[in-house]
Every structure is written in C-alpha cells, then in structure tokens.
Design a protein around this ligand. Structure first.
Ligand SMILES: *Cc1c(COP(=O)(O)O)cnc(C)c1O
Length: 462
C-alpha cells in the first residue's frame, strides 16, 4: 500500500465521521479512496478501475467527467456565484430552470420550490401539504402516510416518512402524524399469492389506513414509484393503478418521491408518467444535476400552487441555498444534454431493453431467487432456496450475530471484481449511469456473474 494512501486513510479515520457507516468496521478495513471518474468508471487511489453500476448514489446519470457541466458551474460562478430567492428577489438560472422544469414535468405541474437535497425536498413536502390544507380551512388534515421500508432521506421529517426501522430507532422517530402502510415487495412478503393479487392487496392497505386514521385527518400519501434504497422494489403491475383509484376516491394528496426515478432513470423524465399516476407533488434531487452539484426541489401541481399563490400570505419556509445559481446552471445544462443527445429515447429503446435481457438471465444462477429490472434500476435476490425464497439467515446461516451477510459478502467480492453493486440485506442492486453502452453492459453482466460464482464458493466454505 502506498504511503499517500496510508496517510489519507489515517486522516480520514482521525477526523471524518461518515454517513451510514459502521466506524469500527471502517477503521479495521480502511476506506477506499476514490480519486477520479470518467464515463461509467471510477478509479481508486491504488489505480483500480471500477465500473460504477450505482451511479455514485443513484445520481451521476450522465456519467463522470462531463466538461460541459463543470463549465456551466464555472461560468455561473464567475457571473453571479450566489444570490437568494427570498424577499421578492430571484436570478436568471433559477427562473430559467423553473420554466424548463415546467416543460419536462408531467402535465399540470408548472411550479417548483427549490432545495439543495432530496431530504430538504421531503421536509418541504411535509410543511407544504399541511400548509395547503390549512389554507383550505382543513388544518386537521395533518397525517402523512408513508410505507414500510421506504427511503425519503435523513432529516427528521425524511427519516420519519421513510419506513426504515433502523433509522426510526435512532432519535425517537417517526415524529407525530406520520404512519406507515405495507410495501409492494412480493419477493419478501408476497407469500403464496401471485404478484398481481399481492399488488392489489398491498394497495388496499392505503384505504384501510385512511379509514383507520379518518379521512378528515389525512393530508397525503407519499411513495417512491420504485423503492430505491429499500432494494429496487418494483411493484406488481396492479399496484399503482389501484393506489391511484384509492387516491381519486378520497380527498388526499399524492406525493411521488422521484429523487431516484426522476430525470431519465426509467427512460422518461419522470416515473409518474411511466406508471400513469397523477401526483400533486413530486420531490426530486440526485439526477437533476447528475450529482455534479447539490440541488433538489418539489414540483407542485396547479391545484396546490394556486392555493399558495392565490390565498396570499407567506409560506414561511426556505433555505439559504434554495435555487443556488451554480446548481441551477448545472441542472439546465444537464437537461439540455439529455435532450440533445436523446438520452431518454436511447435508454427506452436500446439501453434498458438490452440490460433487461441480460440481467434477467442471472436468475438462472443457483444463488438467485429473483432477478428484476425496470429502466436502469435492477435487483437480484440472493437466497438459500430458489423455490421457497428462503433466506440464508432463516436457514441459520449469516444470522444477525454474524459480521457478514450473503449480501455484504457479495458486495465486497463485487468490488474486488471491479464492479460497484450495492447490497440491501441480501438484495444486490444496480442503477448504472444512463450513458452506459452495450459493451459496458456486457462487462457489468460478466462481472456480476463472476461475483455470484465467487459468492457461492465463499458461502459453501463457511
Ligand atoms: C436519496 C433519496 C432521498 C434523500 O435525498 P438526499 O439528497 O440524500 O437528502 C429522498 N428520497 C429518495 C427516494 C432518495 O433516494
């Protein structure tokens, strides 16, 4: 190991507290220092080239090393590095971007509130939907329904709306007036039901919760069209139509959290269009700038926006960096490139179908209970028994007492093979940059195959 790396790792260990990291494990293993990126690849400080099949954290949609994005930030920073949008001020990049977002977002969503992250977008959602109902004279409509195993960020409101029990356990969450319903996770929770029946049944948990808590108390329902951090959970085809039916029958707002699915991941600007749902609010972040600068926000439909605009008074909410000029300039360039290079068409008609064909073949591997994929989001389920979908832990192997799981083993072997996959429990997930080409997909698949073989061999040895 070279001296420079050692010294970086030492400083990191001495001073840097990491998000979502076991620091004991980290200091034993040492951090991997990523130093450079180009296209779908990243390099670590030891010079290993790694195919990043997670696009960083689901965000580097146009891939690494796009000079035009850097240039857009540079030029904006020279011209006007910062100004705010508070108190009747604004600036050209925020104005242009809000108008462009109105064009690419689903019909009727002509307004946007900017933040700098997905979590801030979710906090904005919570405050905005409650504000909306109070403007309409229904201040009791406060409850927001979320789903088990959803991820909506790490702020107090985001972690509360999310359904991650490990996050709730830290810091007395969820906050009041947030409740969770079932998730459409057939592989883990579908039992003997076929997928379509399960999808309907889980959707109906929304109606049950509305009745339980009282429609007069419910402000809205929030969901990711496809759960990302929960393990790329692609709902059965029956799920969203049934949810939309229920939303239409009751007077509540639908919030689609498209922080991952927005800006091309499913080959459309938004997954809401793919699933034909009609959200009142859409939260976005990540892919809006391909991760080059932090930016997020909430797209607001005219029903909600007009209430806020027409009733007068002030929505007492905002962030210093709401609509940061450099971040907006990068987002504008990012959207321009997606349009000019016809990235959405490319994903829809070429990249996603090819990846799907290859990815689904992984289901033949003895370790894999299910392979699923939609657009450029995929998962494979590692399990001990393909027929019963039994996990290793329920077989008494890799229980919570062990330091490793089948998933973490597989993830580490994957990195050794030059591929970033992420493990969510024993679910391996990918979300590669939208610009990945056929040859790189072949590389992704062959590295995944090899990793599965390596994982099986390692499991058989334990
Ligand atoms: C990442 C994510 C968030 C949080 O975004 P941050 O920018 O990390 O705050 C919220 N919702 C979903 C669906 C996400 O994937």
């Amino acid at each position: 190991m070279n001296e420079e790396l050692k010294s970086l790792q030492q400083k990191d260990k001495d001073h840097h507290l990491h998000p979502f990291t076991d620091h004991l494990q980290l200091s034993e293993k040492g951090t991997r220092v990523i130093t450079r990126g180009d296209g779908v690849y990243i390099w670590d400080s030891e010079g290993h080239q790694i195919l990043d099949a997670m696009s960083g954290l689901w965000c580097v949609n146009l891939g690494y090393g796009r000079k035009e994005l850097a240039q857009a930030a540079f030029e904006q920073m020279e011209e006007l590095p910062y100004y705010n949008n508070f108190f009747q001020c604004t600036h050209p990049p925020a104005i242009e971007l809000s108008s462009v977002l109105g064009e690419v977002s689903p019909k009727g969503m002509d307004h946007v509130f900017f933040t700098s992250s997905g979590s801030e977008a979710i906090d904005t959602v919570v405050r905005m939907v409650r504000y909306y109902w109070s403007l309409l004279g229904k201040p009791d409509k406060k409850i927001i329904l979320g789903r088990n195993n959803a991820y909506h960020g790490s702020t107090i409101a985001g972690a509360s709306l999310g359904g991650m029990s490990g996050m709730h356990a830290q810091g007395d969450l969820p906050i009041p007036n947030i409740h969770h319903i079932q998730q459409p996770y057939w592989f883990a929770e579908g039992g003997d039901l076929d997928k379509d029946t399960f999808g309907k049944q889980v959707a109906n948990d929304l109606e049950r919760a509305i009745k339980e808590h009282g429609i007069e108390n419910i402000a809205g329902f929030i969901a990711e069209p496809i759960q990302g951090a929960g393990g790329v959970i692609i709902p059965p085809e029956t799920y969203w139509p049934e949810v939309q039916n229920i939303i239409d029958r009751y007077e509540i707002l639908l919030i689609a959290d498209e922080v991952i699915t927005g800006f091309g991941r499913l080959g459309d600007w938004f997954a809401s269009s793919v699933y034909e749902i009609k959200p009142d609010l859409i939260s976005f972040a990540k892919g809006v700038t391909s991760g080059y600068l932090p930016l997020g926000g909430v797209l607001v439909n005219n029903r909600v926006a007009n209430a806020i605009i027409d009733k007068g008074g002030e929505f007492a909410h905002g962030f210093t960096y709401s609509g940061h000029p450099a971040a907006c300039a990068v987002a504008l360039k990012n959207i321009e490139i997606i349009e000019e290079e016809k990235i959405l068409d490319e994903v829809k008609s070429k990249t996603a179908p090819y990846l799907k064909e290859e990815w689904l073949k992984l289901a033949d591997h003895p370790l894999v209970g299910e392979a699923r994929i939609k657009g450029l989001m995929g998962a494979i389920e590692l399990c001990a028994n393909k027929e019963t979908r039994e996990r290793f832990s329920s077989e008494g192997r890799f229980t919570s007492l062990d330091e490793i799981s089948a998933g973490s083993l597989c993830r580490d072997l994957s990195i050794n093979n030059g591929l970033v996959m992420r493990a969510v429990g024993d679910t391996m997930i990918i979300a590669p940059p939208l610009i990945i080409n056929q040859e790189q997909i072949d590389e992704l698949i062959s590295k995944t195959s090899k990793t599965l073989d390596d994982t099986l061999a390692a499991i058989n040895k334990t």
